[in-house]
Design a protein around this ligand. Structure first.
Ligand SMILES: Cc1ncc(C[n+]2csc(CCOP(=O)(O)OP(=O)(O)O)c2C)c(N)n1
Ligand SMILES: [Mg+2]
Length: 319
């Protein structure tokens, strides 16, 4: 374990921030203030936070809907997320696009689109550019279990493998792709098994253990930087809510959710920090107070931001 006490606190802060942003988005949605859907990362925070934390500022990520945590680690603030979900003028896309469909190349964040698996070849391209320019950059992106069945996933991973590109693909196996369970999605038991067919390492990690996720991403990044090519990391987890806030997920057995609630990644990390005496109760309270203040201020800021003026609608778009 190479992380310092301060870094462990930072990891914990991002996990909590991810969860609080998520809870706040749900509140805003229920108040009718969100334009579009809310895609929760409840219970999956350790994957976004642990992987993004393992990268350096020169690296690139391609987040998907459940990776708000990774965007927070890359420097976006809760207000950016609230503004974007509420389609306000001061938001990252000025109200033009929804949910996590925003990015900033200066921050190393590639904006996603909805098409599943699409970011895999795009981030492979980032890796290819880095390789051609001899830059020690790593590109990391996320797919769900469902997204690993797409053509784009296959083409992207295969190309990255053949060209030995510095790509890390995080497969978040949360058991469901909308209402389709994993066993109806694929005939292999583990997504990681698919890596064999591309000739790259396939690693399975406990997606609810932030330190394990961090270590796996760290190792894959080191490997990529040494020119050894891509890694597929399967993070086992569970989608703890419906596909989005409109979906009550009645098709998910309650007993399964109950089992996974006991493995909550944040409670687990809290327990670890307490047992190892790495965070005191007062340190935790201070962190919580700082975060709550930020959430409160950012919600207020986002709510007071105007909607974009209609005459602005055709400005910066492609055509
Ligand atoms: C190519 C493609 N097919 C279908 C959809 C519609 N769709 C959006 S999210 C989703 C489920 C995704 O499941 P998974 O990849 O497991 O990710 P999760 O939602 O569990 O994070 C589907 C079917 C899409 N956006 N793109
Ligand atoms: Mg899924």
């Amino acid at each position: 374990m190479t992380l310092t006490r301060a870094q462990l606190h930072e990891l914990y802060y991002y996990l909590r921030l991810n969860r609080r942003v998520d809870e706040q988005l749900t509140n805003l949605y229920r108040q009718g203030k969100v334009v579009g859907g809310v895609y929760s990362s409840l219970g999956q925070e350790a994957i976004s936070v642990g992987t993004a934390y393992a990268l350096g500022p020169e690296d690139f990520i391609g987040p998907m809907i459940r990776n708000v945590g990774a965007m927070l680690v890359r420097g976006y603030r809760p207000r950016d997320v609230f503004l974007q979900y509420m389609a306000r003028q001061d938001g990252p896309t000025g109200g033009r696009d929804a949910n996590t469909h925003f990015g900033d190349l200066a921050r190393g964040v590639v904006a996603p689109i909805s098409v599943l698996g699409e970011l895999v070849p795009v981030l492979a391209g980032v890796g290819l550019a880095a390789k051609i320019r001899k830059e020690k950059r790593v590109a990391l992106t996320y797919v769900g279990d469902g997204a690993t069945s797409t053509t784009q996933f296959h083409e992207g991973v295969n190309f990255a493998a053949v060209a030995k590109l510095p790509l890390i693909v995080i497969a978040e196996n949360n058991g469901w792709a909308y209402s389709t369970p994993v066993e109806k999605q694929m005939a292999v038991k583990d997504i990681a098994e698919r890596a064999k067919a591309y000739g790259i390492p396939g690693v399975i990690v406990d997606g609810n253990d932030v330190l394990a996720v961090y270590e796996a991403a760290r190792a894959a990044a080191d490997r990529a930087r040494r020119g050894l090519g891509p890694t597929l990391i399967e993070a086992k987890t569970m989608r703890m809510k419906g596909h989005a806030e409109h979906d009550d997920a009645r098709y998910v057995p309650q007993a399964v959710l109950e089992k996974w609630r006991k493995k909550d990644p944040i409670l687990r990390f809290e327990k670890y920090l307490a047992e190892k005496r790495l965070m005191t109760a007062s340190e935790r309270a201070a962190l919580e107070a700082r975060m709550e203040k930020e959430i409160r201020e950012d919600v207020a800021f986002a709510e007071s931001s105007p909607f974009p003026p209609p005459e602005d609608a055709a400005r910066p778009v492609w055509a």
